[in-house]
Design a protein around this ligand. Sequence first.
Ligand SMILES: Cc1ncc(COP(=O)(O)O)c(C=O)c1O
Length: 555
Amino acid sequence: MYEKISTDIEHLRKLFVFPESQDKFLEFGKQILDMMYKSFKQKGGLHSSITLDELTSLFSDISIPRDPQLLRDIFPEIENKIASHSVKVYSPYYIGHMTSAIPYFTILIDMIISSLNQNQVKIETAKASTFVERELLCWIHRLIYQKSAKFYRETVQNHRVALGNVTSDGTLANLTAMMVARNLLFAPDGRFPGIARAGIAEAYRHYNCERTVILISKRGHYSFDKIADTCGIGDSNVIKIPVDTGSNKIDLNILRKELNEIEAYNQNHEQKIKILSLIGIAGTTETGNIDNLYEMNRLARKYNTRFHVDAAWGGPVLFVDDYSHLFKGIEDADSVTFDSHKLLYLPLSMGMVLFNNQKDLQSLQHTTQYVVRPDSRDQGRFTIEGSRPFAALRPWVALKVIGSEGFKLLFEKAFTISSYFKTQIDIHPNFESLNDPELFIFNYRFIPVKIKKHLESLISENSAETLKMASRINSSLNEVNIQLHRDIRNNDLSFVSRTVLESTRYAPDEIVVLRAVTINPLTTTSIIKEIIAEHNKLGLKLFNKSYKKRFKNYF
Ligand SMILES: Cc1ncc(COP(=O)(O)O)c(C=O)c1O
């Protein structure tokens, strides 16, 4: 099948840069670009029709390839077995997840990142790129914290302080913020060397601590469960505060009550409950809503704890002045997470975590003799991760090519599309909207008009019996929407995702919702119209075929 070539050191030597034969690099480079260009232009569905079982058998070779093969023989394999069976996340009809279209130039930037192959952990392998990374961190820090120009001029390249870290993703940015919070909460104290040195058991003993908790809304990203596990406080200590019905923002009354209860407990007990951090969300994963950051920050100050804002999704929307009121309070947060592979439209993946206090990251400092020496400029001194690529080049370039004004326009367009989507669903007889899409994430469900009217009258009657019937209807509608989601997926003309919300107007009923993330600049209002028409057609077909009889029992 493949041309057999000998295992020959001369052949292998030529694979490395700079290849002896430079034209091979250019020739193959062109071939790859052509291949990807062709795959972008491919017509058809969003997913290939290959089944998961077929993919299993395509990729079940259990042996490491033994003999070298020619690159040109591998390309068809990449094209036919991988590229053609990848999800077309760049399609304007693919509006199901936070992963969307990327600007074409960023693909080329990734070639530069790989070609330079800088390792950001230390300046010995990342010279100019260390400074680029710091400059980028300064830009984003300023976008969030808006300190004086003097402050930024003094800190941008001052290696004795750190405005933040570049991380592999949002999860690691959140983890970094929580590790800093942990190390500051259980800081060195007298003979106690701090939790980072002594470990959690000794820290709890020293500080008379029974448990440490994180407070976040029920809409919080599940990364905080992983983080609580990783940093040793245990994921059962992530306290999930309910959200206000409909708004999906943390219920401040319940948060206050929880904080008061912790305070009262601590007054009466020798062993204390410590609060690692309050977490505000600027763009919830499921619903795209922003917590009341201003009030949360005030509560964090009142209860003497830290305030972290997870703006992995919504952070870039700070470019839009008209929406900055939604983020009020973020400028006082102790730390903020910001992803570049979400609303900066960049290829996966890169996150950032920014700190209000430029000394905070010193609590994570680790140094060795062979890398990240104490007073070096090595970016790896304060990072949890070790080797890291020069991913910062992507946002650094994109912010120049698109500019904050350009991003503003992209977000204004995204706002228009999600508002249009909601309006169309609101006036549609067979759908209902189930959230207010502040940041481009819209939840809705299919509900045939007759059922909608009946449900409304049952709820307005408001008796125990009618509410029980309403719950039964909602439960059946959940089944309809799960199946509809499968049908949409199988029809393969468009894609939305699906989740379950306990926070809709039907609370406490849990409602299955379809979730549309409308950020792709190529998605137009007429595409949204087409998508709604398709979902309506599939919904009616499904309902009439499989559910009509059952729903008759509810009247
Ligand atoms: C609000 C929020 N925080 C954190 C994350 C985690 O980001 P990542 O997937 O980059 O680790 C996500 C991902 O969807 C998110 O929506």
